[in-house]
Structure formats: structure tokens, C-alpha cells
Write a protein that binds this ligand. Structure first.
Ligand SMILES: Cc1cc2nc3c(=O)[nH]c(=O)nc-3n(C[C@H](O)[C@H](O)[C@H](O)COP(=O)(O)OP(=O)(O)OC[C@H]3O[C@@H](n4cnc5c(N)ncnc54)[C@H](O)[C@@H]3O)c2cc1C
Length: 490
């Protein structure tokens, strides 16, 4: 053997990263399952099942392809690498640039050599070139530049369909009297069963743990959901946990799928003519826009971004986040319940239910970030940090997003059926049955009015305060709501 190739659990693809030029004759492949991750992280068991089983399957596939593979269980990643170095002294260790600041620095210090991370469509240096030319980091501007650079949905420099963005057509509430396609159930094999047993759960058939399964999920999405993705991408309903979302983030994040093949497959389907441009554009924007933008921002803003708490929020994590039984609010009970079951919910519950509540109640952003990272199947540092600190918690004074994503109960009521039968009324801001979101939304705007008054994008929301006739009562109710949430009784 001439080289040790280290494969982190989010680089599981033989065509990219350090494996793209690997040779079974001279390269030893190493994967390290760290105790820190599986035992000490407090991670959701479904997430651990998915990550570990995917890595074990990948190791097996590499062995089948003729590679020598060592799957090491060690206290930490570095301990695992020390172990392999002891077995093969003097060999260089190579990997593709790790996706988190922590691992990047640790491995570098340990002497691991890097090849460029090509698991994204935009290199870190290319994003920096874009960012250096911006006054503010508007995702929409980045996205348009991506469309032009990558030549996706453009015709002679103009957007196909005449618009760059069809969001206005895409924000529909959940449909009524509607039949959703059945969920795709993934097959379970002996490796899955063994890993599930280790973590004391049943194998999670919602999630594939192989590239073949991930490709099946992609195909199933394109065949059954792609057409309706755009219109209902912001809708939430108790009738269906996934609506028309793709459920692809775990695989794109751990390497089983590459974003370019997801985009290519979606474009091929669009070019067949049966997908409206609004739907196709909406989905492609998620991949070439949002996903790439978030990764670019993570590296551009640096490791300290995750510590930002510009609003000085100090509240402890609310009990309802760790136990869906600790709330009377239908929306939270439902969303947290879904996460407890399968470690996933789509972007609007993440943003407009979970983060919205954390921001309105002044939960400490680092505590909330920690909880989010533990819970979600697709959580990794590069994607959680900007989404939570910048987008969800506005803890960066709007450096990433120009205004906070806050809303009262009316948004949740419009975009979901959660409010039906709830103990709280989204239209009310005072009184025992006032929706906590509505009360806290107004209270938040009143409290933060001075700092938001210079933000013209907040002008309309702030002007609403002057029309309120019950500010003292509202503030009393807000205190009761906060106390009740702290006790897990609201
Ligand atoms: C507060 C908050 C936290 C989030 N945390 C994560 C996370 O830890 N991991 C994660 O992968 N996504 C995260 N997202 C983004 C998004 O919610 C998930 O990617 C999406 O819900 C995954 O489900 P899906 O694959 O069905 O996505 P779809 O709705 O089908 O979208 C397609 C793909 O677009 C990409 N995408 C869309 N929005 C984003 C975004 N904001 N950031 C990055 N990629 C995006 C994902 O790769 C996703 O698979 C977060 C969003 C918010 C608001």
C-alpha cells in the first residue's frame, strides 16, 4: 500500500473526492466511526442508523470493487487515524477537504493532505469571488449568477419562462380532498438490521442506506412528486408528512448522490415537457441556489459565525422541543412529533414553526442550534449553522438574510391545517386562548422596534404596532406565554 485514503461519512461516493482517482492496488481505504458521534453526541437514533448503515454499506461496496477497506471504531476520528497509521507507518493520509471547520482544522493539524472538495457545484474559492463583489449576500443574486454560470434554465442569457423566480405561483396552502402518492418504503438488509439493533430501533424504511436506494428515491420523486413540488413546497399538513418534498437531503449530504446528478435528472424530466416551469425552477433553485449558497456562506463567514448571538438571547431551550407532549400548540406538537419519529420535517416547519418560536421566545441560538443538529437526519455543520444562526435565528444582525423570518399564527393558519382544533386561536393576540405565535410576534416587534426601525424591509410590519389598541394587555399575556412555555404547559 502506498496511500491511506480517509473517507468521512459525508463523502460516500466512489466518483468524487479522494476516491475519484483511487487505485485498489495501492490505496488503503479507511472509514472511522467515532464514539464521540455515536455515544456522546445525543444524536437522534434514526440519524445515527442512517449515517452508520450508509457508511457500512459503502465500505462493503468498495470491498466488492476490489479495495482493501478498514472500518475502524475509535474514541475520535483522530484516534482512528492514529490506529491505522500505527498499522501502516509512514504512509500519507489523504482526504477531500472536510465539510466542517472543526474537522478541517483537526485533520490539517494531524497532517492529512487535502484534495479539493468536489461534492458541491461551487468551489469555496468561486463562492468567495462572488461574495467579494457583493454589498449584501442576497441568495437570489447568487442564484441568478449560478443559473448563468452553469447554463441551467437559461436561453441566450435570459431565464427560460421569462422569469428567474416563480415563487409567487408556488406558495399555495395544502390542497383539500387530495390523494398523496404512497411513501416509498426502502428495503432492509442484514447490515441495516444489525445497525438498527445496535441503536435499539427498528430499521427506518423511510431512508435508504445505499446509493441504489438513493437513486430509487430520486427516481420516485421525479416520477411522483416533481410536478407538484413547486406549488406546495411551503404547505404544511397533518395529512401527509412529506407532501411533495424530495427527501433527498440526507443522500446529497452524505455523498450517496451528487447534486449535479440530481439537477441533471430534474432537467431531463423538465425537457420531456410534462413539468411546468414554475415547479421545475422551484426545485432546481433549492439545489443550485439555496444548497450551494448555504455552503458558500458557511465557509465565507468562518467558524465564529456559529457563536453569533447579536440579540443577546438567553432563554433555555423550551421543554417542548425535546418532548412533544410538553405543549398544547397543535403545530408544535405535530412538528416535534414528526421529528421524534423520523428525524425530518421540511423547510417551512423548520423555519416558520421551530425557528420562528425559538426566535420569538428569545431562546439562546447556540442551544437551539445544538438541538437542531442532534435531531435532523440531514444535519451537518455547514448546513445547520447558516440556516439556524443566519436564517432562522437572525443572530447575525441580518448579515445573511436582510430581515428576520418571524410571523404570528396567521401564517401558520394560512399555510397549514395545524390550527384546526387547536386550543389557541391564531387570530387572537390577548386572552387565555390567544395563539402564542400571534402574541409573541407582536411582543417581539414591540421589543425590537428600535433596532429594526432602520430596516426598510421591516417598515410595514413595524407600522402594524401603531394600529394595536391593546399593547399593555398584550405584553402581560406575552409574559404569561413565555412562563407557560418555560414550564412546558402552553
Ligand atoms: C432552520 C433550518 C435548518 C435547516 N437545516 C438543514 C440541515 O441540517 N440539513 C439540510 O440538508 N438542510 C437543512 N435545511 C434546509 C431544508 O429544510 C432541507 O434541506 C430540506 O427540508 C430537506 O428535505 P428535502 O430533501 O425533501 O428537500 P426539498 O424541499 O425537496 O429540497 C430539495 C433540496 O434542496 C436543498 N435545500 C433546500 N433548501 C436548502 C437550504 N436552506 N439549505 C441547504 N440545502 C437546501 C436540499 O439539498 C434539499 O434536499 C434547513 C432549513 C432551515 C430553515
Amino acid at each position: 500500500m502506498k496511500r491511506i485514503l480517509y473517507i468521512p461519512f459525508d463523502q460516500l461516493n466512489a466518483g468524487y473526492g479522494v476516491l475519484a482517482k483511487a487505485d485498489p492496488q495501492s490505496d488503503l481505504i479507511v472509514l472511522v466511526e467515532s464514539k464521540r458521534m455515536v455515544e456522546e453526541g445525543g444524536w437522534h437514533k434514526v440519524r445515527l442508523y442512517f449515517l452508520v448503515s450508509s457508511a457500512l454499506h459503502f465500505a462493503q461496496e468498495l470491498r466488492n470493487a476490489g479495495f482493501t477497506v478498514s472500518y475502524i471504531q475509535a474514541a475520535t476520528t483522530i484516534d482512528g487515524l492514529k490506529q491505522i497509521q500505527g498499522d501502516y507507518p509512514g504512509l500519507p493520509i489523504l482526504t477531500a477537504e472536510p465539510s466542517s471547520h472543526r474537522l478541517f482544522n483537526q485533520l490539517k493539524e494531524f497532517g492529512v493532505e487535502y484534495v479539493e472538495n468536489d461534492f458541491f457545484l461551487t468551489s469555496r474559492s468561486l463562492f468567495t469571488l462572488w461574495a467579494q463583489k457583493q454589498k449584501s449576500f442576497l441568495m437570489e443574486n447568487f442564484y441568478r449568477a449560478q443559473r448563468l454560470r452553469l447554463g441551467i434554465l437559461v436561453d441566450n442569457g435570459a431565464p427560460v419562462g421569462g422569469q428567474w423566480n416563480f415563487d409567487k405561483e408556488n406558495r399555495l396552502p395544502p390542497p383539500k380532498n387530495y390523494t398523496y402518492p404512497p411513501y416509498l418504503v426502502h428495503e432492509v438488509d442484514a447490515i441495516d438490521q444489525e445497525v438498527a439493533d445496535r441503536f435499539g430501533i427498528a430499521p427506518a424504511t423511510t431512508w435508504a442506506t445505499t446509493r441504489a436506494g438513493a437513486l430509487r428515491q430520486l427516481e420516485y420523486f421525479l416520477e411522483n412528486h416533481f410536478e407538484f413540488f413547486g406549488p406546495y413546497e411551503d404547505a404544511m399538513t397533518t395529512e401527509n408528512w412529506a407532501l411533495h418534498h424530495s427527501l433527498l437531503s440526507p443522500y446529497i449530504n452524505n455523498g450517496l448522490l451528487h447534486p449535479s446528478e440530481v439537477v441533471d435528472a430534474a432537467l431531463r424530466r423538465f425537457e420531456r415537457g410534462d413539468i411546468p416551469i414554475a415547479g421545475a425552477e422551484g426545485f432546481i433553485r433549492q439545489i443550485i441556489g439555496w444548497r450551494e449558497y448555504i455552503n458558500g456562506i458557511y465557509w465565507h463567514f468562518g467558524d465564529h459565525f456559529k457563536e453569533r448571538n447579536d440579540m443577546g438571547a438567553t432563554r433555555k431551550l423550551l421543554p417542548l422541543f425535546t418532548d412533544s407532549g410538553k405543549t398544547q400548540m397543535n403545530c408544535l406538537k405535530h412538528v416535534v412529533g414528526e421529528i421524534e419519529e423520523r428525524a425530518w420535517t421540511h423547510h417551512i416547519p423548520r423555519l416558520m414553526v421551530l425557528s420562528n418560536l425559538a426566535l420569538l421566545t428569545g431562546v439562546n441560538p447556540q442551544e437551539f442550534l445544538q438541538w437542531m443538529r442532534e435531531q435532523f437526519i440531514d444535519a451537518t455543520d455547514w448546513v445547520m449553522v447558516p440556516n439556524v444562526i443566519g436564517m432562522g435565528m437572525h443572530a447575525d444582525s441580518g448579515e445573511m438574510m436582510t430581515k428576520p423570518y418571524v410571523s404570528g399564527g396567521s401564517y401558520i393558519s394560512k399555510m397549514s391545517n395545524y390550527c384546526k382544533g387547536c386550543a389557541y386561536d391564531p387570530k387572537k393576540r390577548v386572552g387565555e386562548d390567544a395563539c402564542p405565535f400571534t402574541t409573541l410576534y407582536w411582543n417581539f416587534l414591540i421589543e425590537h422596534r428600535p433596532e429594526f426601525s432602520k430596516n426598510h424591509r421591516m417598515a410595514q410590519q413595524l407600522a402594524g404596532i401603531d394600529r394595536l389598541s391593546d399593547v399593555p394587555e398584550l405584553q402581560v399575556r406575552a409574559r404569561q406565554v413565555l412562563d407557560g412555555l418555560d414550564r412546558g404547559e402552553i
